[in-house]
Design a binder for this molecule. Structure first.
Ligand code: NOJ
Length: 543
């Protein structure tokens, strides 16, 4: 493995808490039915008040939306349905005025088949874009084991795909070119692609973006070796060209292997809900160890009160990855959910969700809260939209409540931003949850016992505790049905205890004296004896 690329991480990541926004479904400020960027600006104070100080915005660029915007037609132009480039720059500025940061979604592995680069690449005549994508050298050629499309262009070749049919793979070369049409990684053509992507990064960073979440970051070089050494070097090449000018820009990879992603130069990697070949990973075991996202039947998730699953199953898979990230001085991040993942409600109860999110927010790394999870928005069985397929059920309009159906609110009608819920709508990109008891921000803000209040409280506690910053140490103390762990820095030591079961549990803490700083359930501490109530969570500070 290559040594980790050395660069100082952006300082703001130490206490960053992200809120992921799916722009089509967050706030529809002009009443056209679809969420937009001025709507996001309108809700910055809501996000900040909730306890988040950073935003990850899913792709908001010009696109035919065959994969909800992950098929980019123009990297440098905001999709008109979301607003204008000026609206996005205004969002950056408004966020910065509040000491918040905004990262965009960079899709470096493929473009839309409607991107101008691809149109030129399809031409018979050689041009500067002929090798921007991966083309074979004959109309009848297969893709050497990679997915390919033929018969769509005048050019005598077939082209390789990265994901859907609409997403031709950009050419970052092959680790070991074996056919005449395969170019070398970091050869001149691959470097030209890298330079074009660095140009995209520079475009948005110089206009105020604070970094990027990078889509399928591990997929660039084709037929890479175990450990992705060529993809790692490709990223090192790009980071060497962008980091010096933007040292405070943050990069988080969709990669899932911190040892590799940190060596590539990323600041953070995601622990996502992945089940390759049906085998659940650690994250999966916490919240989604189930085949049907809507059913508790057979659910072995740790946070399901009835699963009986010990936390050791998660820790055995998680801890080696955490240590990889720590060794490289990077972050391995938890998400509550994302736009590709089934929301945990209604399968898990509000109490189970509260314990789960409190635990995730107390773990190392930089947490990402998916919009609507703060109120337990539900996964819904919906027909696919814009290439969403089963993911569509997690992409429904934000349930602000009160005036959800009341139509447009023009940004100019209001103060620049607001913490209240009932003055906006999430739009009608997809049908909102029609249930009579569908959670809404307005209702939960008015109910002191709600998930919204719990999430807000834990995020504020997190923001105030040195030992809950991203890089504070993590050490598991109890690894059974009860999960107890220590987080510490030279300024503070915390013990975090979780009991997801329906029984009370008694346990002994390490020597010391403790005071409770956050608690869910009936917990009692006396000296070093802790009695955890059923379905409880506690953060104790060692005095
Ligand atoms: C991962 C993204 O999260 C997903 O939504 C998208 O469909 C694929 N990459 C392809 O870009």
């Amino acid at each position: 493995m290559l040594p980790p690329a050395k660069h100082p991480h952006p300082k703001w990541l130490a206490d960053a808490i992200f809120y992921e926004i799916y722009p089509q479904s967050f706030v529809d400020s002009n009443g056209d039915g679809i969420g937009d960027i001025p709507g996001i600006t309108l809700k910055l104070d809501y996000i900040k008040d909730l306890g988040c100080n950073a935003i990850w915005l899913n792709p908001c660029f010009d696109s035919p939306f065959k994969d909800a915007g992950y098929d980019v037609r123009d990297y440098k132009k905001v999709a008109s349905r979301y607003g204008t480039n000026d609206d996005l720059i205004a969002l950056f500025d408004a966020a910065h005025r509040r000491d918040m940061h905004v990262i965009l979604d960079l899709v470096p592995g493929h473009t839309s088949e409607e991107h101008e680069w691809f149109h030129r690449s399809c031409k018979v005549e050689r041009n500067n874009y002929s090798d921007r994508y991966i083309w074979t050298d004959s109309w009848i050629s297969g893709g050497d084991g990679l997915p390919f499309i033929g018969g769509e262009s005048p050019r005598n070749g077939t082209y390789i795909l990265n994901f859907f049919k609409c997403q031709p793979a950009l050419n970052y070369g092959f680790a070991h070119p074996e056919r005449s049409w395969q170019k070398p990684a970091l050869g001149p053509d691959a470097k030209a692609t890298c330079d074009a992507m660095v140009d995209v990064m520079r475009f948005w960073l110089s206009r105020g973006a604070d970094g990027f979440r990078v889509d399928m970051a591990d997929s660039l070089v084709k037929k890479d070796d175990e450990g992705k050494p060529y993809t790692i070097r490709t990223w090192q090449y790009m980071f060497a060209r962008i980091r010096p000018a933007f040292p405070e820009a943050a990069f988080v990879s969709e990669w899932g292997r911190p040892e590799e992603s940190m060596a590539a130069g990323f600041d953070m990697d995601f622990y996502l809900d992945w089940r390759w070949d049906g085998v659940p990973n650690g994250y999966n075991m916490l919240l989604r160890n189930v085949d049907d996202p809507l059913s508790r039947k057979g659910d072995k998730s740790y946070f399901n009160a009835d699963s009986g699953t010990p936390i050791s199953e998660f820790l055995d898979e998680y801890e080696p990855r955490l240590r990889e990230a720590e060794t490289a001085d990077g972050n391995f991040n938890f998400i509550t959910c994302n736009h590709d993942t089934a929301r945990v409600a209604p399968r898990l109860s509000q109490r189970e969700i509260a314990l789960a999110y409190c635990t995730l927010f107390a773990m190392p790394g930089v947490p990402f809260l998916y919009y609507g999870d703060e109120i337990g928005m539900r996964y819904r069985a919906l027909p696919g939209k814009e290439g969403g397929y089963v993911r569509t059920g997690s992409r429904t309009p934000m349930q602000w409540g009160a005036n959800d159906a009341s139509g447009a609110l023009h940004v100019s009608d209001s103060a620049e931003s607001d913490t209240r819920a009932g003055d906006v709508t999430g739009g009608s990109y997809l049908p909102a949850d029609p249930s009579a008891d569908a959670p809404t921000v307005a209702a939960q803000q008015a109910d002191a016992e709600s998930l919204w209040h719990t999430v807000r409280s834990i995020l504020h506690v997190k923001g105030e505790c040195d030992a809950l910053r991203s890089g504070a140490t993590f050490h598991a103390i109890e690894r059974d049905r009860v999960f107890v762990f220590e987080r510490s820095t030279h300024l503070q030591k915390l013990i975090i205890a979780v009991n997801p079961s329906r029984d009370c549990k008694a346990l002994q803490l390490p020597d010391g004296s403790y005071r409770t700083i956050f608690s869910i359930g009936e917990n009692e501490i006396s000296g070093t004896s802790l009695r955890l109530g059923l379905q409880s969570f506690a953060i104790l500070e060692a005095e």
